[in-house]
Ligand binder design. Sequence first.
Ligand code: PMV
Length: 314
Amino acid sequence: MTTSSAPGKIILFGEHAVVYGFPALAVPITQVQAIVTVTERDGTPGEIFIEAPDISLFSNLESLPSDHPLAAVIQSVLSALGISSPPPLTVHVTSTIPVASGLGSGAAVSIAILRALSAFFGQPLPDERVSALAYEVEKLHHGTPSGIDNTVITYAKPVYFIKNQPIEIFQVAKPFTLLIGDTGIASPTRAVVGDVRKLWEAEPVRFETIFDSVAGIARKARKAIESGETHLLGALMNENHALLQEMTVSSPELERLVEAARAAGADGAKLSGGGRGGNMIALVRPANAKKISAALLKSGARQTIITTITGLNV
Ligand code: PMV
């Protein structure tokens, strides 16, 4: 039996612009995890049974369509390892990462499966390979993903990410506390990314200007985090949120939570991830975190997570 886990993630700055080659910052969130266990069982060789109770999926691999993300990731690891006839196996998948809400649940499940299966066969894949294979599966979830989710979740470190460039892990000089608020509204990233692409195609100059401003914010934020000037992050979050509003990816529910966080004393707040639902984040002082969390729950948040980013929270 082999078990592997992978954390969730949150984008701090730069979502959407990152799809077009601009930088973004993301950090792992270890309070939520995908956990995968692989066990040998009785049965016919080659038969792989998938149990994913969170999504009520109990199925043989061969009964799933080949583009089903769970089937695709299992097939990809078998072919990467050159295994054509595995022993009968059960792949058990559970996750506490909310689905379609910007916390990277799809990538985390893929990465935990890649690691658990490759370890089970005694050929653990190196991080670079895990991230690349998970990226292929991300394309099924997202259409044209930037690759930020599979990167930050594979390395489980704060990442300054630019599409198609070597990853840059950044240092966190001074811990800072984030409050994550979930609207409870599932919003598939693929659709929102597609809508932004149409707007960008219609008004390329305006959108490139917005993305450029986002990139400036991401660069300033990285500097602030690396130099311990975390008090600067709140204003940068507010600026980034205003640019995301211009991209049309906010929603009434996200606005309500962002406003509630600011009104309750957060130093800044923004939506995080694809938008139109999913999660928002706020920069909070540890002493205020519970109070602001209560304000978010009162304003309709389905759940909140308080997390301290230390750079070592892996
Ligand atoms: O945080 P998520 O999984 O919703 O990812 C969205 C991030 C985008 O920049 C909007 C898309 C991407 O592929 O980077």
